[in-house]
Design a protein around this ligand. Sequence first.
Ligand code: G6P
Length: 372
Amino acid sequence: SAAEKGGYDYFMLKEIAEQPKAVADTLLGRIDGSGSLTLDEVRIPPGVLREIDKVVIVACGTAFHAGMIAKYAIEHWTRLPCEVELASEFRYRDPILDAQTLVIAISQSGETMDTLMALRHAREQGSKVLAICNTNGSTIPRESDAVLYTHAGPEVAVASTKAFLTQLVACYLVALYLGQVRGTKWGDEIRAVIRDLSSIAGAVERVLGTMEPVRELARTLASKKTVLFLGRHVGYPVALEGALKLKELAYMHAEGFAAGELKHGPIALIEEDLPVVVVVPSPRGRSVLHDKIVSNIQEIRARGARTIVIAEEGDEAVVPYADHLVRIPATPTLLQPLVATVPLQVFACELATARGNEVDQPRNLAKSVTVE
Ligand code: G6P
């Protein structure tokens, strides 16, 4: 009913708008007054976490994209090797797992059969399993050694939005916690990131307040057949998520690429007026990546692409090559997906609406897939 949707036309719009609160709720009570993490729910003893020598993340769909981003954070902050794999592929290749492996299963519903089968396989090999889940008491957390709940609240729209942002927050918390427990040379950086996380809900709110031009742009693209998405580093999974949202909601052909791969194939797809969304890393931090992606934008624009550029406030280098410029607040490099994903959600939702699609219940999809 209209009341359940809180005055919004669709649950998806309501859930997009709820993201600042969802993010804040997922952080609530998990950072103490001294700026350290207190993840009491992670009932895997610190002694065991110190012995871990590898992390493996399993998930499906949007949760898999959260896992891809988590890999960058975990490897950077903990120096533990981290693999991320589609749950549906995982157990069938006979993965190497033992008691020193920490498996992280990410699932909004906690009922996805592919993810459940992957974690059962991991536990049979003696690995510890930590679930990141949004649904209290669901099967995946019940069968795991520990669970860190995301506090997004119920997510009704099939296409995941607020659950995704909270999965990212939970992944950062786990990465930082592992760093804290194990002690790394990034101690100062970890403390700084914990501080930055505390203000990130406000950054998400700011993005939401500037989305009208993105909606207008989406409406002008309603008759397009294809949209490409490019990103690098943590912007690469964001590009994949932007493409997935368009497939799910707008039923359009959409693909995400790692921008560095452009020259190895995808650039052949570029043609006159093809919309290409580019997620630009911060010019601060890893500035080499930033400069490379600016060259990519130049290259595709020279070949006729219509460039839709998502870049940090104050990034002036992109301005000459952006047909459409979407600004996001400056964040630390690894946290950028929390703000960069939001315009892509709004973009897909508006395109779906413009194409007359059912936003909350896309054809052929289910909110939770309980068959393998
Ligand atoms: C389904 C949904 C996707 C979701 C995926 C994983 O395919 O349509 O939106 O990302 O399942 O769901 P989970 O509940 O495990 O996060």
